[in-house]
Design a protein around this ligand. Structure first.
Ligand SMILES: [Mg+2]
Length: 108
């Protein structure tokens, strides 16, 4: 999938979520809720990584499965990209710019 295509998919996904929660695109409420959702998804990713490392209580280890880390990482990425869409950011541009910055920092 090309990044422009991914941006359109995220925009379509975000419209569905906005309708479900009755939030307006780009509104302060939508942006704040996405910020909170990123925190929630990050926490879920941390739980999945801890479980994969065996560093969780048995009750959580019993519920964990091998696909959890990928699923939670995808949740976090999709939510972060939805935030980018609601802030009217061009996902391809911000990713390219950031990669150039990081590569420059490390001499790449
Ligand atoms: Mg999740």
């Amino acid at each position: 999938m090309e990044i422009k295509e991914l941006q359109k998919e995220i925009e379509r996904h975000d419209v569905l979520v906005q309708k479900h929660f009755r939030e307006e695109a780009g509104s302060e409420v939508r942006v704040q809720n996405l910020m909170l959702k990123i925190g929630e998804e990050y926490g879920e990713l941390c739980e999945a990584v801890l479980a994969r490392r065996g560093a969780q209580r048995k009750v959580k280890l019993d519920k964990a499965n091998e696909s959890d880390v990928g699923d939670e990482l995808a949740d976090l990425i999709v939510t972060a990209l939805a935030l980018a869409v609601n802030l009217n950011l061009d996902i391809e541009k911000i990713l390219k710019d950031e990669l150039e910055t990081v590569h420059g920092r490390f001499g790449g």
